[in-house]
Design a protein around this ligand. Structure first.
Ligand code: DC
Length: 229
């Protein structure tokens, strides 16, 4: 097997980045890092401490408490991926609620939050053999990644996938709220001042609106194989 590389996967919300990233990590025996989970965990902390809510963001309060936030991933053998821990507590389920999704883009736009998380992400990539997904991986975290993918799909398709995920795990949600959230997050993530979601010049774009997981995965594996020979 050839050398280990860094695979950066960016794109709009609910484009299936993490599904592909997990499959790649398994196949190539790489570490998978879900950076969205890190922003979600900081958002959960902010919500619990009343720094963020539907109509407000106490940026000063949040920034001054950032040093109290300790994030870690712990691999769950049964699930086959690493779960997010916030200050020692498994928050994997709590960070996936619609409520956190509705607040996360506001928190992720705070430069100090990004600075802290990007620094932690860069350290995780020191030993290559990593698949990282998010919004700024190919542009900011690993501008030198050997393979950069940029995933897109229609908002309707993405909202349908996310809706199904939440319903399957027992959450009571309305489709129209999910669609609104998907579009609203895209808007905030793409227009924020600090490291907005943009396709890196050298990223390969994947529109998977009409592509199944298997076809996507096969195509992406071919790209990876070309990079690691
Ligand atoms: O990938 P996700 O949907 O779980 O990410 C949640 C939010 O976190 C997303 O709407 C924007 C933010 N995010 C970010 O700003 N930068 C990243 N690298 C990853 C996520």
């Amino acid at each position: 097997m050839g050398e280990k590389i860094i695979i950066a996967i960016d794109g709009f919300s609910s484009t299936g980045k993490s599904t592909i990233a997990k499959l790649l990590a398994k196949k190539y025996n790489y570490i998978y890092v879900d950076t969205g989970a890190m922003y979600r965990a900081v958002t959960l902390f902010a919500k619990q401490n009343n720094f963020v809510g539907k109509d407000f963001l106490d940026k000063k309060g949040l920034v001054s408490s950032l040093k109290e936030i300790s994030l870690s991933f712990q691999f769950n053998i049964e699930l086959g991926f690493a779960e997010m821990f916030l200050n020692g507590k498994n928050v994997e389920k709590e960070i996936r609620t619609l409520e956190v999704s509705q607040l996360v883009s506001k928190v992720a736009a705070v430069s100090e939050v990004r600075k802290k998380l990007v620094a932690e992400q860069k350290i995780m990539g020191e030993d290559s053999g990593i698949v990282m997904d998010g919004r700024d991986i190919g542009t900011v975290v690993f501008p030198n990644a050997e393979l950069k993918l940029f995933m897109t799909a229609s908002a309707d398709k993405r909202a349908t996938r996310r809706y199904k995920e939440l319903i399957d795990r027992g959450d009571k949600v309305d489709f129209k709220d999910i669609l609104f959230n998907v579009e609203e997050r895209d808007r905030i993530d793409s227009t924020r001042e600090d490291s907005p979601l943009v396709k890196a010049d050298d990223a390969i774009e994947f529109d998977n609106s009409d592509m199944g997981i298997k076809e996507q995965f096969d195509r992406i594996c071919a790209l990876v194989d070309r990079r690691i020979v």
